[in-house]
Design a protein around this ligand. Structure first.
Ligand code: PLP
Length: 394
């Protein structure tokens, strides 16, 4: 059997492997160094008590004859979908339009199954790598449009560049730049997609990092007409510490149709019932706790903690005189190192402050010259990082 030829088109993306190599090489030279990682964007804080009690309740129920359950509904537990509809979407989308999953990344990959071989993708550059890699593995790299996002355009891409595309990946708050799209900006993108019969995949994995008072949109469905053109993916990973538990969702509105008129909702139902038997009962019990009053409060507190870290790091870089972006409504900072490539900047922070970061060039060509700094870390780690950074010479 031949290999899927598209794998050879993604094979060269070894960002985190290269980060590991450089880290190991540094540790060989400096075995006593205590490295701090502000690189990989993974959560560090324990799951909050009420949410954790939901997980425990799920596990306990499975251990008793009277409450044991096997396979659940493939689309997810009804009460949980209803909870997401009411508490996260204020009923802008219905429970029927919500599909529970084992995470946003898993859904980003599976969504590719919906699209025919004529799929032409447009994505922000820089971008979370899963959009590009899953597109290439399914459809090859012939039809990819990159939408540059940089300080010069205020991280707002020129959507008209996506004229040729029929699927647009958009992430707000953005990983890696931390930029957030306004209602007006999202409206322009939605109107463009409506006029060109394109589908938007909107990644809202960091939506809770937008404070409600800011009035910025947490969901694409806050914008008129979005249900005709957009699928939204969401995740409990970065808001409730579920990156290891694995729980997310996708919203596929009933209004959304292909150019040929069939409902995308029907095919997504077909996809998940064919490829997937639903998210685990235990994680969904944790999810139910997430969408309760107490759970939402715990989510807000955990998000506020990581945002506090990110803002403190942001201030440090600004005080040092670096061009610093993001970090207000996202757990990531995007920092330009004038006159240095991303890898040179990575090496400089590693050598001078013993801090691991993520080279911006790993997120796309327009990330060159930037580093992504993550605010995920314990309090002492972030304090130590700030102290080391403050001693840095630019
Ligand atoms: N989307 C974005 C933009 C992310 O940054 C991440 C994780 O870093 C994910 C999705 C993955 O989410 P999940 O853990 O739910 O698969």
């Amino acid at each position: 059997m031949e290999r899927n030829p598209y794998f050879s088109q993604v094979a060269s993306r070894y960002l985190f492997q290269e980060v590991r190599n450089r880290k190991n090489e540094f540790l060989n030279r400096n075995p006593r160094a205590k490295l701090i990682s502000l690189g990989i964007g993974d959560t560090t804080e324990p799951i909050a008590p009420h949410i954790c009690s939901g997980l425990i309740h799920g596990a306990t129920a499975l251990g008793k004859k009277e409450s044991y359950v096997g396979y659940g509904p493939e689309q997810g537990i009804g009460e949980f979908r209803q909870g997401i509809s009411e508490r996260i979407y204020q009923k802008r989308v219905t429970a029927k339009e919500i599909f529970i999953s084992d995470g946003a990344k898993c859904d980003i990959g599976r969504l590719q199954i919906l699209f025919g071989q004529q799929m032409r993708v447009a994505l922000q550059d820089p971008a979370y790598p899963a959009y590009l890699d899953t597109s290439i593995i399914h459809h090859g790299n012939q039809h990819i449009t990159y939408l540059p996002c940089n300080p010069e355009n205020n991280f707002l891409f020129d959507v008209s560049l996506a004229e040729e595309a029929n699927v647009l990946f958009i992430c707000s708050p953005n990983n890696p730049t931390g930029a957030v799209l306004t209602h007006q900006e999202l409206q322009t993108i939605v109107d463009f997609a409506r006029s060109g019969k394109k589908i938007i995949i909107f990644d809202a994995a960091y939506s809770f990092y937008i404070p409600k008072e800011s009035k910025l949109p947490r969901s694409i469905y806050e914008v008129a007409g979005a249900k005709e053109v957009a699928i939204e993916v969401g995740s409990f990973s970065k808001i409730a510490g579920f990156s290891g538990v694995r729980l997310g969702w996708s919203v596929v509105p009933e209004e959304l149709v292909y150019t040929t008129g069939e409902k995308v909702h029907d095919d997504w139902m077909r996809t998940i019932t064919t490829f997937y038997n639903g998210a685990s009962y235990i994680s969904q019990q944790g999810g139910l706790a997430c969408v309760s009053d107490k759970g939402l409060q715990e989510i807000d507190e955990q998000v506020a903690f990581y945002l506090g870290n990110t803002k403190a790091l942001r201030k440090t870089f600004i005080d040092l005189g670096y061009e610093t972006y993001g970090g207000e409504y996202a757990p990531y900072l995007w920092i330009r190192f004038k006159g240095k490539s991303s890898w040179q900047a990575f090496d400089a922070l590693l050598e001078q402050a013993h801090i691991i970061t993520t080279p911006g060039s790993g997120f796309g060509a327009h990330g060159e010259g930037f580093l992504r700094i993550s605010g995920f870390g314990s309090k002492p780690t972030i304090e130590e990082a700030i102290q080391r950074l403050s001693l840095l010479k630019k």
